[in-house]
Design a protein around this ligand. Structure first.
Ligand SMILES: NC(=O)c1ccc[n+]([C@@H]2O[C@H](COP(=O)([O-])OP(=O)(O)OC[C@H]3O[C@@H](n4cnc5c(N)ncnc54)[C@H](OP(=O)(O)O)[C@@H]3O)[C@@H](O)[C@H]2O)c1
Length: 301
């Protein structure tokens, strides 16, 4: 697996990142997750993406449990976590409605909780999960600076930020933002057109691409775009050593000039193994447009 720097001053990551949003869906034990983490390492996938809110605040604790089952395992990974989404749940009765909170104070408090749950003393990359419309950027920046100065986080970034939101926060940062994690896949092309990917390219940061298989919708038999993509992938497979639609979908993302890092979300080991092979695919220009056309159901303008 290739390794890349996410930004000039940011950490080095594996080109594919293992995402943990759905980790609790199959109700796994810590031992099972520990085995999955070892499998990721064998494939060269060393970067884990998580968030305080995942699994209704349950994923980080399970991940922490799984990591400490093998001494030294944590140090073999780079961990990305996020904060700023507040969902009402059993431990936070005062949150009566889902809301965002990217105040510096909330980010610091959340990150400290994440460190305890993940059983670690630092996070390689900490992201503001969603833009918070009610917080001044200098307040958010102050919290990130406090965490950077203390060494509790090695770098900071954002997720789901628009161009102007990224620009504003970045202009206040002592250490430039390391990424913008965005939704990008064959069924969602927005970052190519709304300026966010161009901004990443200009700022020297690689975006992270979430839901690279459209959360599984890429395979929904009732979805006409999925049907067209399945047919197109079948035709292209022979040119890429029998690559599957999944592998071609990851390669399609990685071929964009902003060089996004796909954050894969499957709970199945064989699908993680299959995803890792996508790192070897260099997609030809016309094949990229063939998949674009199949996804859109029309020719380029
Ligand atoms: N920053 C943000 O706001 C944000 C938002 C969403 C996600 N994320 C990150 O991105 C990661 C990935 O997101 P995601 O889970 O939506 O990724 P995804 O890879 O697009 O979707 C994963 C889903 O697709 C299913 N799937 C995979 N291959 C399939 C196939 N061949 N046929 C049918 N279903 C298939 C998986 O089921 P199986 O498990 O059965 O394979 C799983 O339910 C998350 O874990 C999280 O870390 C970030």
């Amino acid at each position: 697996m290739n390794r890349v720097k996410i930004s000039t001053r940011g950490p080095e990551f594996s080109r594919l990142i293992y995402g943990t949003w759905r980790l609790l869906d199959t109700k796994p034990t810590a031992q099972e997750i520990n085995r999955r983490l070892h499998a990721c390492l064998e494939l060269g996938i060393t970067t884990l993406d998580t968030a305080e809110v995942y699994g209704t605040y349950g994923v980080e604790a399970l991940l922490g449990e799984a990591l400490v089952l093998t001494p030294g395992l944590r140090d073999k990974f780079e961990i990305v976590t996020k904060a700023g989404i507040c969902f009402p749940h059993a431990q936070r009765h005062e949150w009566q409605i889902a809301h965002y909170n990217a105040t510096g104070a909330n980010l610091v408090q959340s990150l400290e909780k994440s460190l305890r749950l993940l059983r670690t003393d630092r996070i390689e990359l900490f992201l503001v999960h969603r833009p918070d419309w009610l917080t001044r950027a200098d307040d958010t920046a102050a919290g990130l600076h406090e965490l950077l100065r203390s060494g509790k986080i090695k770098s900071a970034g954002v997720s789901n930020y628009t161009v102007s939101q990224f620009d504003l926060l970045n202009s206040l940062m002592e250490q430039p933002l390391a990424t913008n994690q965005l939704e990008f896949h064959l069924l969602h092309h927005e970052p190519m057109h709304d300026g966010t990917f161009h901004q990443c390219e200009k700022s020297g940061v690689r975006p992270m691409a979430w839901s690279p298989l459209a959360g599984g919708r890429l395979f929904a038999p009732e979805n006409p775009a999925a049907q067209r993509l399945a047919a197109a992938a079948k035709k292209l497979a022979g040119r890429y050593s029998g690559a599957t639609l999944e592998q071609l979908a990851y390669a399609w993302i990685m071929a964009h000039p902003s060089r996004p890092l796909p954050v894969i979300g499957t709970n199945k080991l064989e699908r993680i193994q299959s995803a890792a092979k996508a790192d070897e695919i260099v997609m030809e220009r016309q094949d990229w447009f063939t998949l674009w056309e199949a996804a859109q159901g029309r020719r380029i303008p």
